[in-house]
Every structure is written in structure tokens, then in C-alpha cells.
Ligand binder design. Structure first.
Ligand code: 16G
Ligand code: MG
Length: 541
């Protein structure tokens, strides 16, 4: 095409046509922006990655801000990869844009230009607008550079600036995007400095220097902790296990493995009562564990939520601040944790699975603590809360109140409020345990988890199962919930729910009972009922 008389839009569209032919769809593959983005075998992800580069560029132009794209498949095996898009304030992609993502990622190369023109009209942003940029990060998977390059190719087609920050954790990318958009220090070095300074400030020196072991799932968390360790070495010894030098990503280790198996990860040589953590492949979830008399004890997201909420609630009361504090959980939260929080007078809200739902609900409180049982979670402080806390910190002269409010200010700086961050959460947990003089046993004994069992059931079409009441009840197919109720009524103190997975082609059954045997038995009977029920429905179709 010759230059003269050709509009900038035509040049842009031509560049899309030229590049798109290198990213043709794979026949038979359907992409879907699931609970937290795309996830599939890495070898088929590039076409979706290219299209997400285009879409993220458009999102950046429409927001007139920096947008993040994280290349990761979190706790999935090494041969998988995935993509998550990060909104300007570090949040998850808006639902409307999730739908656009699914649509665009399944648009064949020949129709891409038309689809983009339609989308740009719908969101009312010119494809040639010069605003915004995208920041791309990736975890340690071998396929990461190729997928990142596909994202960049899409963004470059729309003349969007691309900053590839290379290997980083998912929460680091969220933080960097947020900091960029509020014009605050925003490099990875700034991240390490900010959180290590905040930790040192609140944690303080101790007589003995504790050693803390972290199972990094052979993933990117090891890189992050390796950078932090020297900055914290006067205070704590961070011992990095499963750093990727000797094992496969997420294989027999990592937060997902530990939570699912309810067992210790391989590759961690523990000592009795030592503080141990396990994080997942992109370091956005963490769990605590310790051994006592050689027995493995796991403290999950619910235990972390109660620790954070209890600590913050006490400080708010001591500082005599008029701030609402609440905890947001999902149906997976152990019933004991919910009862414990109620007994402490702390409001609890239940929302559907997925960080985006918890994050949004937590914004309803001045101080919103949200955690999934699997270890995803953080604390949000509303603008009002920040104002009240910071103002009081300057004005307060009474000793107890001043000490409480000073701690509160310091704690707000130790939390990655953009998204749940395994690494900064470890620092926050260690700080609370030290300041409150809590041993792992005392923390663990705050309440006793009810035994539970989770099962995956493969049915023909998981989409026929619809839920209500924050996924705790089934609304369709008709009659299925009644059958669950009957099965549950055979057990005392039992709870069971079924929901379609947002990340895998299966439905999940979760049963909680007074004993492990009962939980196992209830999960199995509900699982087989669901299977039979859906098979019978299918045969009638
Ligand atoms: C995703 C979600 C996680 C949720 C899980 C449920 C984010 C960042 N991640 O990993 O929060 O617990 O999906 O998976 O939102 P499921 O729908 O397959 O049970
Ligand atoms: Mg993850």
C-alpha cells in the first residue's frame, strides 16, 4: 500500500491484517476468559495472546491508562500457560471486557479487523487513539517469552506502548500497574524496597532471628523471595525451598497441591514448629503450615483471614476509631471459621468463588479482609479509612491509642492492596505472629477446622448446573438441590454444595461434616447423585 492518501486507520488495519495471518486460530479450539483469564496448553495459546494484545490495547486507550497483561497459568502444570488482564487500579478485568475477550479471542484472522472496528465503536474509542499503554509480565514457564511477544504484537498493531517487565509474580504486576496509574514509584525494585521497609518498620528487631521456610512451587515466587531475603536478613532468614533449580513447576509442591492433598509439599526439610509457607506458581496465594510431633498442620486462607481480621479489629478498637471491618469469604470457607468470626462480632459475607467477587465485596467495608480458603486474599482500606487512620496518627497523643494507630498505619503499608500477594502476606503474617506473641499452635487453636472433602465430577455439560445464594445452592436443574438436601440430612452438622468449575471442565462437590469419614461419604454420595442425575437428563434430551 503506498503512503500518500492512506489514513492512519487504514495503516493500522493493514498492519493487523498482516500480523493476524501469523496467529491463525487453531481448528477446534474454543477460548474462554474464565474465572481469572485464559488457561490452556501453551502450544495453542498464541492466537488468543495476540488477540488479547489487541484487546488490552483498546482497553488501555478507553481507560486512558496503563493496563496489565500477566502471562501465567498459576498452579497448572508447566506445559500450560494463560493470560490475565489487569485493570488500571490493579483490579481484575471488568466483566464486560471479559465477554469482549472471549468473543475476540475466537474471531478468525480474516474477520479480526471488522470485529475490532465494531468493538471500538461499541466502547467508543478510536483504534488510532494514542492514549494508554500495556505492561506485560510473565511467570517462569518456558513458553512465557513467546506468549508475551504475541501480546506485544497485538498491542503494537494498535500503536499502543508496550512495557515488557519480564519475569515477575502476578501480584507484582498488579502493584506495578496500580502504582503507574497513580504516578507513584512503580518498578520491581520499588516493590522490594516498599514492602521490605514496611516490614522492617512494623516487625522490628528481635533477640533471635527466626528462620522461615517457603515452598515456592518451583515458580516465580522464588525469584521474588531471593530479592527480598537480603533486604530482610537482619530480621528474618527466608529459606527458599523448591526454587525451580531441581524440580518441576507445581509438581508435588505449591499451595494448590498442599491444599488439595492436605499434606506437606515435597522438598521442604522442616523442623518441629518451624514457620513454613507454601505459595503457588505465580505467587498470588499462600498457606501456612507447621509440624508438631511430626504431625502436619495447615493454616489456610480462612485461618489467615481470622488472624488479619482479629489483629485489625483489636487495633481499631484500641485506637477508638469508628471504622467498619468485615470479612468476605466464599462457600469453601470452613464453617468453623465463619462461626469463630461471628463469635468475635465480626461481620462475614459470602460471595461466589473468584478473587474479583471477593475484592468487590470487600470494598463495602472501611477495612475489608477477604480470603478464599485456598489462600487467595488481601485487605482493602477504603479512602475514608486511610484518611481517618492517617489523620489520627498525627493528632493522637494518648499512649495506647497512639501505639494502635501507628501500627495500623504501618500495616496498611505492608499489604499489597492491589491483589492478594503470597509474598507480602507472608511478611504480614510473620509480623502479626510476632507482635501478638502467637505461636503456630495458638493461632491454629483459635478454632478447629471441620473435616471436609472435595471431589471433582466429570459430567457431560457442566453448564447445565446453575447456582444461587453465592454458589451454596443449586437453582437448576430442578430437583437436584432437593436431592442434596436429603443426602445432607442423613448427617449431623453437615454442609454440602455443588458448583461448576470456572477453570476446568468439571463440577466440584464440597462436603463438610463432623468427622472425616462422614465428609468423605457425603461427598461421594452427592457426587454420584449429581453424575446419575445429569446422565438421566442427558438421555432424555
Ligand atoms: C481461579 C481464581 C480463584 C478460584 C479458582 C476456582 C482468581 C485470581 N483465581 O484460580 O480465586 O478459587 O479459580 O477455580 O480469581 P474453580 O472455579 O475451578 O473451582
Ligand atoms: Mg495463582
Amino acid at each position: 500500500m503506498s503512503g500518500e492518501g492512506v489514513s492512519p486507520l487504514e495503516i493500522t488495519l493493514e498492519s493487523i491484517r498482516a500480523t493476524a495471518s501469523s496467529y491463525n486460530l487453531v481448528p477446534g479450539v474454543k477460548y474462554a476468559y474464565g474465572t481469572a483469564g485464559f488457561r490452556c496448553k501453551a502450544e495453542i495459546l498464541a492466537p488468543a495472546a495476540y488477540r488479547m494484545g489487541l484487546l488490552s490495547a483498546l482497553r488501555a486507550k478507553s481507560a486512558k491508562a496503563a493496563i496489565g497483561v500477566m502471562v501465567t497459568a498459576s498452579h497448572n502444570p508447566p506445559e500450560d500457560n494463560g493470560l490475565k488482564v489487569v485493570e488500571p487500579q490493579g483490579e481484575m478485568l471488568l466483566p464486560r471486557w471479559e465477554n469482549y475477550s472471549t468473543q475476540l479471542s475466537n474471531t478468525d484472522s480474516a474477520s479480526l479487523v471488522e470485529a475490532l472496528k465494531d468493538l471500538s465503536e461499541e466502547v467508543d474509542v478510536s483504534l488510532t487513539s494514542a492514549r494508554g499503554k500495556i505492561i506485560v509480565g510473565r511467570d517462569t514457564r518456558d513458553s512465557g517469552p513467546l506468549i508475551s511477544a504475541a501480546v506485544a504484537a497485538g498491542a503494537h498493531n494498535l500503536q499502543c506502548k508496550v512495557e515488557d517487565i519480564g519475569v515477575c509474580t502476578t501480584p507484582q504486576l498488579h502493584w506495578i500497574v496500580k502504582q503507574t496509574n497513580i504516578s507513584k514509584p512503580n518498578t520491581i525494585e520499588d516493590y522490594y524496597r516498599t514492602f521490605s521497609d514496611s516490614f522492617i518498620n512494623l516487625y522490628g528487631k528481635s533477640e533471635s532471628k527466626p528462620s522461615i521456610k517457603v515452598d515456592c512451587a518451583n515458580g516465580v515466587g522464588a525469584k521474588s523471595l531471593r530479592s527480598l531475603a537480603p533486604l530482610l536478613s537482619d530480621y528474618i532468614d527466608l529459606v527458599i525451598c523448591n526454587d525451580g533449580s531441581n524440580g518441576k513447576l507445581n509438581e508435588n509442591c505449591g499451595a494448590d497441591f498442599v491444599k488439595l492433598m492436605q499434606n506437606a509439599p515435597q522438598g521442604v526439610n522442616y523442623s518441629e514448629n518451624e514457620h513454613c509457607y507454601t505459595i503457588d506458581g505465580d505467587a498470588d496465594r499462600s498457606l501456612f503450615f507447621f509440624f508438631q510431633d511430626h504431625k502436619f498442620n495447615m493454616l489456610d486462607g480462612d485461618k489467615i483471614a481470622t488472624l488479619f481480621a482479629g489483629f485489625l479489629n483489636t487495633l481499631i478498637h484500641e485506637a477508638e476509631l469508628d471504622l467498619s471491618l468485615g470479612v468476605v469469604q466464599t462457600a469453601y470457607a470452613n464453617g468453623s471459621s465463619t462461626s469463630y468470626l461471628h463469635s468475635k462480632g465480626i461481620p462475614v459475607v459470602c460471595v461466589p468463588t473468584g478473587v474479583k467477587h471477593l475484592h468487590k465485596k470487600a470494598e463495602d467495608f472501611d477495612v475489608g479482609v477477604y480470603f478464599e480458603a485456598n489462600g487467595h486474599g488481601t485487605v482493602l482500606f477504603s479512602d475514608t479509612a486511610m484518611e481517618v487512620i492517617n489523620k489520627r496518627a498525627v493528632q493522637e497523643t494518648r499512649k495506647i491509642q497512639q501505639s494502635a494507630v501507628t501500627r495500623l498505619v504501618a500495616f496498611t503499608k505492608l499489604i499489597n492492596t492491589a491483589v492478594g500477594d503470597a509474598v507480602t502476606n507472608i511478611l504480614a503474617i510473620e509480623t502479626i505472629l510476632k507482635l501478638c506473641n502467637l505461636s503456630p499452635q495458638t493461632w491454629n487453636n483459635m478454632y478447629t477446622d471441620l473435616p471436609y472433602r472435595q471431589l471433582k465430577i466429570n459430567i457431560r455439560d457442566r453448564d447445565i448446573i446453575k447456582t444461587r445464594d453465592a454458589e451454596r445452592k443449586i437453582s437448576s436443574p430442578e430437583g437436584m438441590q432437593e436431592k442434596i438436601d436429603v443426602l445432607v440430612s442423613d448427617y449431623s452438622n453437615a454442609r454440602c454444595f455443588v458448583r461448576p468449575s470456572g477453570t476446568e471442565n468439571c463440577v466440584r462437590v464440597h462436603a463438610e461434616c463432623a468427622t472425616q469419614r462422614e465428609a468423605d461419604s457425603l461427598a461421594m454420595s452427592v457426587g454420584s447423585m449429581v453424575f446419575d442425575f445429569t446422565e438421566a437428563l442427558h438421555s432424555r434430551l
